[in-house]
Design a protein around this ligand. Structure first.
Ligand code: C2E
Ligand code: CA
Ligand code: CA
Ligand code: CA
Length: 278
């Protein structure tokens, strides 16, 4: 090993701050996370607010690091996007979610959609649609039971590759939703143009919806306009009866949040879901 002079050490301690060390470690350890079975998908119900029936399950990635324990996706997804590792991770997520949904169907449960978060980095790749097709083929899940969630940032990527991929996915029969809607600068008419099926209103608007007049105004106008454009609306982060009541009154179509269920491993879900059984 090399001897480190004090000068060297100073440079190191300045540049390798905690964030950098964390990032380097995460990037290195992500390399073996798939083969070491450290990833797991949790699933959170998406509920029809009128009938309280189960409309779908959102797949949410969990990583249990061998020494650091559970690392939340908000911490490692951005790092994997920067390093390109999101491509292999994203394929693992998509395949695992599709296989799980097929298993639920095979078990005889009334079918519902599995909703999978897709990074803009994935959707920008020219081979993304082929990868999705291959996974549907392999898992034998019908495309109508898959929904892809992308964030508004994809609409800034106004490239031919992205537009073409969105068209092809649509043609395959896969549905598409815009995640965290309201936090970016997209107008709803833009969503219509790209044939998105649903918008998910970001949790930050739902959080204080009972007291926050702005949150109320934003939520109500998103719902009203989306409906005029024939786009469905999902509210994220519903935690209590008050929020649910407000959203019902505004005719929001679907909801998701701790009020119904936290995200849980596949085997923890008890079927059949349905009115009040959350
Ligand atoms: P997201 O797609 O907006 O997912 C919703 C997040 O809100 C999840 O956090 C979920 O556990 C949490 N949540 C759901 N209901 C409630 C509620 O009632 N109250 C509160 N306080 N939180 C609620 P999570 O699982 O930590 O995921 C965070 C983000 O990480 C996701 O945000 C998504 O952007 C990203 N992510 C998760 N899994 C994947 C994945 O497989 N691929 C990609 N590209 N991103 C993922
Ligand atoms: Ca999502
Ligand atoms: Ca979201
Ligand atoms: Ca989010």
């Amino acid at each position: 090993t090399k001897k480190q002079g004090s000068n060297n050490f100073t440079i190191y301690s300045k540049e390798l701050d905690f964030k950098t060390i964390f990032k380097v470690a995460v990037e290195k350890d992500l390399k073996s996370a798939i083969e070491n079975n450290e990833f797991e998908l949790f699933y959170q119900p998406i509920v029809n607010l009128k009938t309280e029936q189960l409309n779908g399950m959102e797949a949410l990635l969990r990583w249990t690091h061998p020494t650091l324990g559970v690392i939340p996706p908000d911490n490692f997804i951005p790092i994997s996007e920067e390093s390109g590792q999101i491509i292999s991770i994203g394929k693992w997520v998509l395949e695992t979610a599709c296989r799980q949904n097929k298993e639920w169907q095979n078990a005889g449960h009334p079918p519902f959609k599995v909703c999978v978060n897709i990074s803009t980095i994935q959707l920008k790749r020219p081979d993304f649609v082929d990868a999705v097709k291959a996974i549907l083929h392999k898992t034998e899940l019908a495309p109508q039971w898959l929904e892809l969630e992308v964030t508004e940032s994809i609409l800034m990527e106004n490239t031919e590759v992205v537009k073409d991929s969105l068209r092809q996915l649509k043609k395959l029969g896969i549905s598409m939703s815009i995640d965290d809607f309201g936090t970016g600068y997209t107008s709803l008419s833009y969503l219509r143009q790209f044939a998105f099926d649903r918008v998910k209103i970001d949790r930050s608007f739902i959080e204080d919806i009972e007291s926050d007049l702005n949150g109320k105004a934003i939520t109500s106008s998103i719902i009203a306009l989306a409906h005029k454009l024939n786009i469905g609306v999902i509210a994220e982060g519903i935690e209590n009866e008050g929020q649910l009541g407000y959203l019902r009154d505004e005719l929001c179509d679907e909801g998701q949040g701790y009020y119904f269920s936290r995200p849980m491993p596949a085997e923890k879900h008890i079927f059949p879901y349905g009115s009040k059984n959350y």
